[in-house]
Design a protein. Structure first.
Length: 284
């Protein structure tokens, strides 16, 4: 059947502040789904808490607005139970790198085949402007009126150190680039993370023109399988590079689960790899 952008829009009207970068991100997601001609009934979107947590309401897919910091494990469970679905998790810098940050390395270890969009406006916007894990040092916020003293999280190097199998970065200022990267992330067989700079207009931490001057596409010859080179560019202070930093292929969660089920079934069918005496001796 022929689909349009409307095919991926729910009946709920977005209520973000005027000028919020999340409007552009929502459009890029819908465009990516349309370009890939994904059936809405075959997509599941799980979101966390915060402004970006509302995003799942605005998509005509299966959706769940979960609890604070738990978008990744919830989406992981969806993919484990229904591996045929296209699964996406959405969270903000506070939701994903604060209370939910501990879930990322374990999703990376399992290499679950899902896409996680980490939307970063460098502030807790919905709860009135508190500093987040990515707020720059010196920035005055409602919780740090004299300026933030803790250094911000370097997002790309952190994701690379966790060995996330697909790591990319883009911004809400460039919908075509963002759409293209989201499509690449969905097509990647494994755990994909896309770090997206998004502007908050109510509690602005960085202005659009400043961010635009810092953004720079990765060189065309950037080696996507070279983690050290990706680290160097992820730590760059002169530019905020956009594009795919790192991409490798390795077994995904479903393959690991299928192999374990096969081993268990073969044991039940009388073809164990170990006899009972050997198994018991392991616990002596």
């Amino acid at each position: 059947m022929k689909r349009t952008l409307q095919s991926y829009k729910s009946g709920i009207k977005p209520v973000w502040c005027p000028g919020c970068g999340d409007y552009a991100i929502l459009r890029a997601i819908q465009q990516a789904f349309l370009d890939m001609n994904l059936p809405p009934e075959d997509i599941a979107v799980v979101s966390g808490i915060g402004c970006s947590g509302r995003l799942s309401h605005y998509l005509n897919t299966y959706s769940l607005h979960g609890t604070h910091g738990r978008a990744v494990p919830t989406a992981l469970g969806v993919k484990a139970a229904r591996p045929e679905l296209t699964v996406m998790a959405v969270g903000g810098d506070g939701d994903g790198l604060g209370i939910g940050g501990g879930h990322i390395p374990h999703a990376a270890r399992k290499n679950v085949d899902m896409t996680y969009l980490l939307i970063d406006n460098r502030i807790y916007g919905l709860t009135k402007g508190q500093s987040s894990p990515t707020t720059p040092v010196g920035r005055s916020t409602t919780t740090s009126p004299d300026g933030v003293t803790e250094p911000p999280v370097d997002v790309i190097p952190v994701l690379l150190s966790y060995d996330v199998s697909f790591v990319a970065q883009t911004s809400s200022l460039n919908i075509p680039e963002m759409t293209d990267i989201i499509k690449k992330a969905i097509r990647h067989k494994g755990f994909s993370m896309v770090h997206i700079f998004s502007l908050c207009k109510t509690f602005p931490v960085i202005e659009a023109d400043v961010l635009k001057d810092l953004l720079c596409p990765l060189p065309e010859d950037h080696p996507r399988s070279d983690k050290l080179e990706a680290m160097k560019r992820g730590y760059s202070r002169d530019h905020l590079y956009t594009g795919v930093f790192y991409q490798v292929e390795k077994p995904v969660l479903e393959q690991q689960l299928d192999a374990r089920i096969e081993r268990s079934c073969s044991f039940e069918q009388g073809e164990p790899t170990d006899n009972i005496e050997d198994l018991l001796l392991r616990y002596v």
